[in-house]
Structures are given as structure tokens and as C-alpha cells.
Design a protein around this ligand. Structure first.
Ligand SMILES: [Zn+2]
Length: 102
């Protein structure tokens, strides 16, 4: 995939939380968390609140999880096992979306 570095206007550029590359937002996945709620995978409609962007690539997703980039990017404080479980399930959801397996 070609990085879209010099485009402007309709295509905002976002940084992938996994590889740190800058890409056209429309090519990335976005996870959003509103007012400290647990994060969800954003669908077609742009969710309000803080967001983290990721390439649609297993390597980037894996890396973002390893680096705890989701918690940090969304400024979440995951304290209970249940909250951590939500993040693990979220990763599975993303893999399902991408047709990957863990
Ligand atoms: Zn990436």
C-alpha cells in the first residue's frame, strides 16, 4: 500500500498505532472510546470521542496490542480482568473483520 503523505483536504492523515506510519484515514481501522467508555471498533459512522488508528494488517494490530498502544492512545485505565478481557475480545473482533486468525 502506498503511503498517502501529500494529500490534503478530504483525506485526513492518521498515524498507525502499530507501525507508526502515516496513512490516509480511510484506509485505516479506527477504535474509539467516548468519555472513558471501553473502546469499540468504529463502523461506517464516525464515533465521537478519542480514537486510535491502525493499519488493516495483522502485524500492526499485534504490535499495537503488545505496546499497549490502545490503552495509551485512548487514555484508558484498565484495572479489572473484565476490562482487560474487553480489549482481548476487541482484538479478536478486528481479526474476524480482517479474516485473520490469531
Ligand atoms: Zn501500521
Amino acid at each position: 500500500m502506498k503511503p498517502a503523505r501529500h494529500r490534503s483536504g478530504h483525506h485526513p492523515i492518521r498515524t498507525c498505532a502499530g507501525c507508526g506510519g502515516k496513512f490516509d484515514q480511510s484506509t485505516l481501522l479506527r477504535l474509539a472510546s467516548h468519555r472513558g467508555a471501553l473502546p469499540a471498533l468504529e463502523g461506517r459512522v464516525r464515533a465521537p470521542g478519542r480514537g486510535v488508528s491502525l493499519c488493516r494488517k495483522k502485524a500492526c494490530i499485534e504490535r499495537a496490542w503488545q505496546r499497549h498502544a490502545i490503552e495509551r492512545g485512548l487514555k484508558l485505565k484498565l484495572t479489572t480482568p473484565e476490562e482487560r478481557q474487553v480489549l482481548a475480545l476487541l482484538k479478536q473482533d478486528i481479526y474476524r473483520l480482517l479474516g485473520e486468525t490469531e
